[in-house]
Structures are given as structure tokens and as C-alpha cells.
Design a protein around this ligand. Structure first.
Ligand SMILES: C[S@@+](CC[C@H](N)C(=O)[O-])C[C@H]1O[C@@H](n2cnc3c(N)ncnc32)[C@H](O)[C@@H]1O
Length: 424
């Protein structure tokens, strides 16, 4: 059994919850899953299995195969490492042999797996670039002539960009060496084997023809996370009763599901159909089937057959777009408007999904003016009263933040997304 490292996207809780769900569905060694901040470690029998797991995921950025582990508290933070020490460790891990196996004059790069690094960016950059210089010199002495590339400084990430890895063919002919300092377990060295298809996601996000930026469009990566949170081995039909321009249903179609989108706006229905046609001609591998109908989510039972769907995922109307924190009075008024819509829609969803189906539902949380920083909608007890079980996607995994829901948001975002995962 080999050990692998998955680098989680910008909302690591949601990305990890997605891995847990897909791992369960594909039955891959779930007992070995371990998570620390923005990194997940797991065992798997082969890198092919990791590839197939990652191809399903929307929230994971990279996968790497671990080839060296140095235990000890001295190696649990970058502080104890000098370029000389790190270069020695890379030599102990037989990096020269590994690179020689690749190609004449291979290219390598050194990235940090976790962005949760406390050292200053300058110190990290200097450690990585001086180590690369030392390693190149050492390799030349061993008769291996190679070239290295350095991460473009991007905020707090010390990783090569996907474009750098691809342009320099590091996965095929060279190596991206990923360093990971486990908080208790020492240093891991890994070699990247899979990268998220960032260009395809970006094309689906910004290139789709039917758009409505005012009502908000779900990024395809989040759409995929939502679908994975509700999909089980028996899921073939999925409903989104607030489909907008079809972010969730079209992603479900790419994933091979039969998806039905409903929206009260005729433009949203036309956008969804247009986007699905566009995707079918641009991504011919999309095997599923997508339909869109106009209607009100508060009347679902009149529009859809009872107990028909295997799963439901949606982002309803979140209130008018705003980029300014709300004053408490405005928040109260929005609460009075949104809660009845959500509870009514959830009651209707329960009629049209099969018993035991999972439902992923996004509700907004708002940044507020004044002392109380965040205002969330008090939905949990009413949802339970409707007969739903609240699934806790991260229960049983440490570190637990005690939350029942998942937050998907950028720091300081005014309207944040809170994902409820329910069982009907
Ligand atoms: C935030 S958008 C959904 C975005 C969508 N997930 C996407 O990726 O494009 C919310 C949508 O809910 C629709 N909507 C609002 N109230 C509705 C209702 N009562 N029934 C059905 N659709 C509704 C709006 O027309 C809007 O398109």
C-alpha cells in the first residue's frame, strides 16, 4: 500500500468532506484518511486508484505520491530546515536516481504542499530556491544535468502553478517535489502525480454562453463538490430546484447523471439548456442527460413525480447581491424573507426525492456591520422538524471544528455560502 498526499482547495473543510464522500462511494481504504489543515493523507494500492479518485473531485488541487518520510519533531516545521539539511534529505531519498529515470536533462521544481506556513514568504522562498540550487549542483556532480523552475510568488502559496507544471512537462519528464511538514509526524517528500484540470474548470466557469452574474453563478468546482456530497453508488437522478444558469445540473450531466433543473425564471431555463448544448459540443465525453423546466420550487410536488429523484443539490436565491456588510436591521429583514422560502422548498424537495436521499442545500451567511461579525440563518431546528436528518460530513474526523455545516467562502467575503447536507 503506498501513501499519497492530496492538496485541498481554498475551502479545505468542503474539499475534505468531498473526499470522504467520494472515497466512501468508490470504496477506497476510507479508514486510512487523515487530514491536517489543507492537506489530506491516505493509503491506496496504486496511483491509478488515486487518479480515478481525483478525477471525480472538484475541491482537490494536486495529488502526490509520498516517497520519503523522516520522522521526528525536528522535521515538523520548516523552522528547523536549512537548504543544506533539506538537500541532504533529498539525497537520502535518492532523488538523483528518481530524476535520472525520467529523461535526459530533466526539469524539477520544489513546492510546499501546505499554504498554512507561518514563516515569512521571503524565508520560505529563499529556503526553496537555495535548496534547488544546491540540489542541481549535487546532481551535476552525480552526472545528472538538470534544470529547475521556481514557484511564481502567489500570495501565501509556495507551489508551482498548474501552468508551470504542465508547460515544463514535470509530470511526464521531470518532477515536482512536494514538501510536507506534518505537525507531529515529521517531513514527507512526495512527487506530484495529478493536477486539477484548472483550464477546463476555468473554461466551464467563464466560457459558458448562458450567464447571469446578477443572480449568481456557482463555480463548477463547487457544483461538483455539492454533487459529490449527495451522490451515492445508486444515484442516477438529481434535482436542482433553483438551477439558475445550470451550474449544478450541467456538472451532473458531465458526471453522467440524469439531472433536472427547475427555475422560476424563463431566462434561467433557457441559459441552462444553452449551457448544456455548449458543453455537449465542447466536452463530448459528457454522458449524462440534462433537462430544465420553468416553475416555482415552492410547488415542486405539482411539477415532479413524488419520490422520483435519488439526490438533490441546490443554491437558492441568496438575497440581493451586495459587497458591503449588512446592518443588523437589514439582516433581520432578509432572514424573514429567506427562511420561509427555504423551508417551503425543503418541504417540497422531501416529497419528490426517495426516502434516504441526500440533499445539499446552500444558505447564505452575511458579514455584518458592528460587533457581531457573521449572521447565519437559524435553519437547523426547523429542518430537523421537517423530518430531515442533518448529516455531518466531517463528523469522526479530526481536527473537528464542531460545525454541522460546511462554509465555502473567501476570507472577508460579505455573502458566504453555508452548505447543509441532509438526509430525507
Ligand atoms: C443563486 S441562483 C442559482 C445559481 C445556480 N446554482 C447557477 O449555478 O447558476 C438562484 C436562482 O433561484 C431562482 N429562484 C428564486 N426563487 C425561486 C423559486 N421560488 N422557485 C424556483 N426558482 C427560484 C432564481 O431565478 C435564480 O435563478
Amino acid at each position: 500500500m503506498n501513501k499519497y498526499l492530496l492538496q485541498l482547495g481554498h475551502c479545505p473543510d468542503a474539499s475534505f468532506a468531498e473526499i470522504v464522500a467520494v472515497n466512501e462511494r468508490l470504496s477506497i481504504q476510507s479508514e486510512s484518511l487523515e487530514r491536517h489543515g489543507d492537506v489530506c493523507l491516505l493509503h491506496a494500492p496504486s496511483s491509478e486508484i488515486i487518479h480515478s479518485l481525483c478525477e471525480e473531485l472538484g475541491g482537490t488541487i494536486r495529488a502526490a505520491e509520498i516517497f520519503y518520510h523522516k520522522k521526528g519533531s525536528d522535521f515538523s516545521s520548516l523552522d528547523a530546515l536549512t537548504p543544506e539539511r533539506l538537500c541532504e534529505l533529498l539525497q537520502s531519498a535518492q532523488i538523483d536516481r528518481r530524476l535520472m529515470e525520467r529523461k535526459q536533462r530533466p526539469v524539477f521544481g520544489i513546492s510546499l504542499a501546505s499554504a498554512m506556513e507561518t514563516r515569512s514568504s521571503r524565508a520560505v522562498e529563499s529556503l526553496l530556491s537555495r535548496t534547488a540550487v544546491l540540489l542541481k549542483e549535487h546532481l551535476r556532480e552525480q552526472g545528472v544535468s538538470c534544470r529547475f523552475i521556481q514557484p511564481d510568488a502567489q500570495g501565501k502559496s509556495y507551489c508551482l502553478s498548474g501552468a508551470q507544471v504542465e508547460k515544463n512537462k514535470l509530470l511526464q519528464d521531470g518532477m515536482e517535489i512536494l514538501l510536507y511538514m506534518h505537525p507531529r509526524d515529521g517531513l514527507y517528500l512526495a512527487s506530484t502525480i495529478w493536477l486539477q484540470h484548472y483550464e477546463e474548470y476555468s473554461r466551464r466557469d467563464y466560457g459558458r454562453p448562458g450567464r447571469d452574474s446578477r443572480s449568481g453563478m456557482l463555480p463548477p468546482k463547487l457544483a461538483r463538490i455539492m454533487i459529490n456530497l449527495v451522490r451515492t453508488t445508486t444515484t442516477s437522478t438529481l434535482l436542482d430546484p433553483f438551477c439558475g444558469s445550470g451550474g449544478i445540473v450541467t456538472e451532473a450531466g458531465i458526471m453522467g447523471l440524469q439531472a433536472v433543473g427547475l427555475d422560476k425564471s424563463s431566462k434561467a431555463v433557457a441559459d441552462t439548456i444553452q449551457n448544456w448544448e455548449w458543453l455537449q459540443s465542447n466536452l463530448p465525453s459528457s454522458q449524462g442527460d440534462v433537462r430544465a423546466i420553468q416553475g416555482d420550487a415552492r410547488n415542486l410536488h405539482t411539477l415532479c413525480e413524488p419520490l422520483f429523484f435519488d439526490a438533490c443539490a441546490c443554491e437558492p436565491y441568496l438575497g440581493p447581491p451586495t459587497n458591503k456588510p449588512l446592518d443588523p436591521g437589514r439582516f433581520e429583514a432578509l432572514t424573514r424573507e429567506l427562511i420561509p422560502l427555504y423551508l417551503r422548498a425543503l418541504a417540497e424537495i422531501r416529497i419528490v426525492v426517495k426516502p434516504g436521499s441526500r440533499v445539499a442545500f446552500i444558505a447564505p451567511r452575511f458579514r455584518l456591520k458592528g460587533d457581531k461579525e457573521i449572521g447565519s440563518l437559524a435553519l437547523l431546528s426547523a429542518i430537523k422538524l421537517q423530518g430531515y436528518a442533518i448529516l455531518e460530513p466531517l463528523a469522526g474526523f479530526k481536527p473537528s471544528n464542531g460545525r454541522t455545516t460546511l462554509i465555502y467562502s473567501r476570507p472577508k467575503q460579505v455573502v458566504q455560502r453555508e452548505i447543509f447536507v441532509l438526509k430525507a
